[in-house]
Design a binder for this molecule. Structure first.
Ligand code: ADP
Ligand code: MG
Length: 693
C-alpha cells in the first residue's frame, strides 16, 4: 500500500479519537488530507499599525501592554490594553487563567491576530490568537499565509494543520507517492501547475500576494484541482458508457400485434414527438447491447405513455419491466395509468412501495421472482435487497433528476444478472444546459419530446402579494362554483418534512373555515400510502374541490379538471421546481391559472425570477433564463438532488472550466487511458464500484 493510502492514524499526533473526527470530514486516508482544502487564509505575514485598524478588519498587530485588568462588572472578563506608536486597542478575554493574566505585565510586547470591533473604549479584539514576545530582537512574522480548514466538532485548526503538513511532507520526500495523472502537455496548454505544486500552494501558500486569488478561487492551483475533479466526473460517466457497450442485453423486438393494439386502444393519438422517441427506443431495445437512453420532455409532454410502450416491448418479448418513480404518489398514479392502458392485455402491473409490508409485500416479491408479474411499478423500494426479478429486461426511471447520478448508475448494476443487463430508460422534465448535461448525462443517449399534446392552452400565471389572500380565497369560491377543481400548495423553506406538513395542516384548517361550501382535503408526505391514494382517487373523481398539498405533488400528478393552482411563497423555490409544480395544471382543454402568492417585500432578484415564470410556459426557456440570472451553481442548487456533488469544484465559480472538459476527456481516453481508473479512485472513491464488471 502506498503510504498516502494509509489511514490518517499513521501520522504523528493523530490518535484514534482524532482519526474519528477526521472521518466525519470524509478524511480516512492520508491522501484525503491533501484534498481537504482550506476555506480561507489568514495573512499574518505583516503588521498593521494599530492606528489604521478599522472595525471589521482582521489583522496582525503588535504592541506593548499598557495595563491588564479584570473587570467584574457584567460578565467577568480580562481586559488588556496594548499600544504601538500609532494607537491603542483592548484585548478582551472571557476565559483566561491566572497565569495568562499575570503574563500581561505592563511593558510586555504582544503580537496578536484577530478581528477588530467597536468596543466600550475604542476598538477591541475578543479572544485573539496572541503571543507574548520575550525576545523582540528575534521576533519574526510568518512568511506564508496561514490556512484555515473546514473543521468538525473537537478538531482544532492546529491539529489539522499539523496533519496536512505531514501529508504534504511525505510527498515532498518521495515524489512517486502522489501521481499527477494529467499529462504534462495538457497542463502546459491550460497553464495549470503540476499536482504536487498545486497542493503545496493551496496548503502552504508562499507569496501573500496570492491571497486574494486564493480566496476568490481564481488561483491556477485551485482551478487545476477543480478541473481535475470535473474532468473525472465526466470520465466516470463516459467509462460507464464504454463499459455498457461491452455488456449484453436481451433483444426486445416486441410483438408488433401487441404494440399496434396498444397504440390503437389509447384514448388519444400519439404526438409526432412521442412517435419519434418511441421509434428511437424501439431501435435501441432491438439490440443486444443495453439501451441507456434519457428522454427529456417538458412537464405534460406525455412521457408516461412512452414508458408504457417501452414496457410493452419488454413484456411482449417475454421479459419483465420495472418502472421506478421518486414518490409513492407518482408510483401509484403510474400504476393506475398502466393498469388502464393494459386493461385489455393479459400483462398486469404490480405496485411495490416502501410502505407495503407483510403478506401483500411477499405476494408481490414472489410474483416478481417467479416471473408471473411482468411489470413492476414502484419507488426505489423496487431495487432494494430482497427484490428479485425472474427475467428483467428493462428498467425505467422516471423523474431521474430526483435521483442522484451515482444512484442511477448503481441501479443499473443492480439489475444485472449473469452478465446480462436490462435496457435502461430514464426520463426527466428538468432541462439543464448543455455544458452541465455533460456532467450529468454523458453516459446516456438523449431523446427529446419537444411537442405538447394538442389543445393545451398556456397557463396564465400571475404574481401577487400575500396581502391579497382574501381576494384569492374568494376566487376559489367562484372557481369551484363552475365545477372546477384547484390546488393550494404550501411551501416552507425548512427541509423538514414535519414542518411542511404542519404548515399545510394549518392552511387546510383556515381555508376550510373560510370556504364552507368547498370540499377540501389535505395531502402530504407523512400520510400513509393508502390514505394518500384514497385522497388522490377522490380528487380525481371530483369528490374533492380543493386539494391542499405540500410539494409532494411536485412531480407527475395528473388531474385534468384541476385548472387553478395557488402556490404560497414561490420565492423560496427554484424555478424548475415551480415550473414542475405549475405543470399540474393546464392538463385539460380549458383555461388554467397559476397564482404565485409571495410574501412581501420581494427582493429584486426574486421579482425578476418570478417574472420569468409568469412570462414563459417553456421549461427550456425558464431554465436557460434562470441560469443567466443566477449562474450554474445556484440553478443546480441543493434542492435538486440529482445534481452531482463536488469536493472542490464549484459550478458557479468554475463555470469557465466546463467548456473544455468534454474535448479533453475524449483526448484522455485516447492518449492516457491508464489515468482514468486512478482518477476515478482519487475523486469518486467508493462510489465508483459500479465501474467494476
Ligand atoms: P409528463 O410525464 O411528460 O409530464 P404525462 O405522461 O403525465 O406527462 O402526460 C400528461 C397528460 O397528457 C396525461 O393526462 C396523459 O394521459 C396526456 N397525454 C399524453 N400523451 C398525449 C397525447 N398524445 N395526446 C393527448 N394527451 C396526451
Ligand atoms: Mg411524468
Amino acid at each position: 500500500m502506498n503510504r498516502l493510502q494509509q489511514p490518517v492514524s499513521a501520522l504523528a499526533g493523530v490518535g484514534a479519537q482524532t482519526a474519528r473526527r477526521f472521518e466525519k470530514l470524509g478524511i480516512r486516508a492520508i491522501q484525503d488530507l491533501l484534498f481537504h482544502l482550506p476555506v480561507r487564509y489568514e495573512d499574518r505575514t505583516r503588521l498593521t499599525p494599530i492606528g489604521s485598524l478599522e472595525a471589521g478588519m482582521t489583522a496582525m498587530i503588535a504592541g506593548k501592554v499598557e495595563f491588564a485588568d479584570i473587570l467584574p462588572r457584567g460578565r467577568k472578563k480580562l481586559v488588556v490594553r496594548i499600544a504601538d506608536d500609532t494607537g491603542f486597542i483592548s484585548l478582551i478575554f472571557f476565559h483566561y487563567s491566572a497565569n495568562q493574566f499575570h503574563a500581561f505585565t505592563p511593558g510586555a510586547l504582544v503580537s496578536c491576530f484577530g478581528e477588530a470591533r467597536h468596543g466600550y473604549a475604542g476598538l477591541e479584539m475578543t479572544h485573539p490568537d496572541y503571543q507574548i514576545i520575550a525576545d523582540a530582537e528575534n521576533f519574526a512574522l510568518d512568511t506564508r499565509l496561514t490556512p484555515v480548514y473546514p473543521l468538525t466538532e473537537g478538531l482544532t485548526q492546529t491539529a489539522i494543520r499539523k496533519a496536512a503538513k505531514q501529508a504534504l511532507a511525505l510527498c515532498t520526500h518521495d515524489n512517486r507517492l502522489l501521481i499527477d495523472w494529467l499529462p504534462e502537455r495538457l497542463l502546459q496548454q491550460l497553464r495549470f501547475p503540476a499536482l504536487y505544486k498545486a497542493l503545496q500552494t493551496l496548503h502552504t501558500p508562499g507569496e501573500p500576494a496570492a491571497c486574494a486569488a486564493l480566496q476568490n478561487g481564481s488561483h491556477p492551483a485551485l482551478k487545476r484541482l477543480a478541473f481535475e475533479e470535473l474532468l473525472t466526473h465526466y470520465l466516470s460517466l463516459r467509462s460507464a458508457k464504454n463499459l455498457n457497450q461491452s455488456c449484453r442485453a436481451p433483444a426486445l423486438a416486441g410483438d408488433p400485434i401487441a404494440t399496434e393494439h396498444f397504440i390503437r386502444r389509447l384514448p388519444f393519438p400519439l404526438t409526432g414527438a412521442q412517435r419519434r422517441v418511441i421509434a428511437e427506443i424501439a431501435d435501441d431495445c432491438r439490440k443486444t447491447q443495453p439501451m441507456m437512453r434519457l428522454v427529456q420532455g417538458d412537464v405534460g409532454s406525455g412521457k408516461t405513455v412512452v414508458a408504457a410502450y417501452a414496457a410493452l416491448l419488454a413484456v411482449s418479448s417475454g421479459y419483465q419491466a420495472a418502472v421506478m418513480a421518486p414518490t409513492e404518489l407518482l408510483a401509484e398514479q403510474h400504476y393506475r395509468n398502466f393498469s388502464n392502458w393494459f386493461s385489455h392485455f393479459e400483462a398486469k402491473a404490480v405496485l411495490l412501495t416502501g410502505q407495503m409490508k407483510g403478506k401483500t409485500r411477499n405476494a408481490v416479491l414472489d410474483a416478481l421472482k417467479n416471473g408471473s408479474a411482468p411489470i413492476a411499478i414502484g419507488t426505489h423500494a423496487l431495487f432494494q435487497d430482497g427484490v428479485e426479478f425472474d427475467r428483467l429486461g428493462l428498467c425505467v426511471i422516471d423523474e431521474q433528476h430526483r435521483f442522484g447520478v451515482h444512484q442511477r448508475l448503481a441501479l443499473r448494476e443492480k439489475g444485472r444478472q449473469s452478465g446480462i443487463r436490462p435496457h435502461q430508460l430514464v426520463m426527466t422534465a428538468t432541462p439543464i444546459p448543455r455544458t452541465l448535461a455533460m456532467l450529468q448525462y454523458s453516459d446516456l443517449d438523449i431523446s427529446i419530446i419537444d411537442e405538447l399534446p394538442p389543445g393545451r392552452k398556456p397557463i396564465v400565471t400571475s404574481v401577487i402579494p400575500s396581502e391579497r389572500r382574501s381576494e384569492v380565497i374568494s376566487r376559489i369560491n367562484g372557481w369551484v362554483a363552475q365545477k372546477k377543481q384547484a390546488y393550494w400548495v404550501c411551501t416552507l423553506i425548512e427541509e423538514s418534512e414535519a414542518l411542511q406538513c404542519e404548515a399545510a395542516e394549518k392552511t387546510a384548517e383556515l381555508l376550510a373555515a373560510a370556504l364552507s361550501d368547498v370540499r377540501i382535503a389535505l395531502i402530504h408526505g407523512r400520510m400513509k400510502s393508502a390514505e394518500k391514494d384514497a385522497i388522490m382517487q377522490a380528487f380525481k373523481q371530483h369528490r374533492i374541490d380543493l386539494l391542499v398539498a405540500t410539494t409532494v405533488i411536485e412531480v407527475g400528478v395528473d388531474v385534468p379538471n384541476a385548472g387553478l393552482m395557488i402556490i404560497e411563497n414561490p420565492e423560496r423555490l427554484g424555478l424548475s421546481q415551480l415550473h414542475q409544480l405549475r405543470g399540474r395544471v393546464g392538463r385539460g382543454d380549458s383555461d388554467s391559472f397559476c397564482l404565485l402568492m409571495y410574501q412581501s417585500p420581494l427582493s429584486d432578484m426574486a421579482r425578476q425570477r418570478l417574472g420569468i415564470l409568469r412570462d414563459s410556459n417553456d421549461g427550456f426557456v425558464i431554465a436557460e433564463k434562470d441560469l443567466q440570472l443566477r449562474g450554474p451553481g445556484e440553478v443546480l442548487g441543493t434542492r435538486q438532488t440529482g445534481a452531482v456533488h463536488f469536493k472542490i469544484a464549484d459550478l458557479s465559480r468554475d463555470a469557465d472550466l466546463l467548456d473544455n472538459i468534454q474535448e479533453i476527456g475524449e483526448r484522455l481516453f485516447r492518449e492516457a487511458p491508464d489515468a482514468i481508473q486512478p482518477l476515478c479512485d482519487r475523486w469518486l472513491g467508493a462510489s465508483t464500484v459500479y465501474a467494476e464488471v
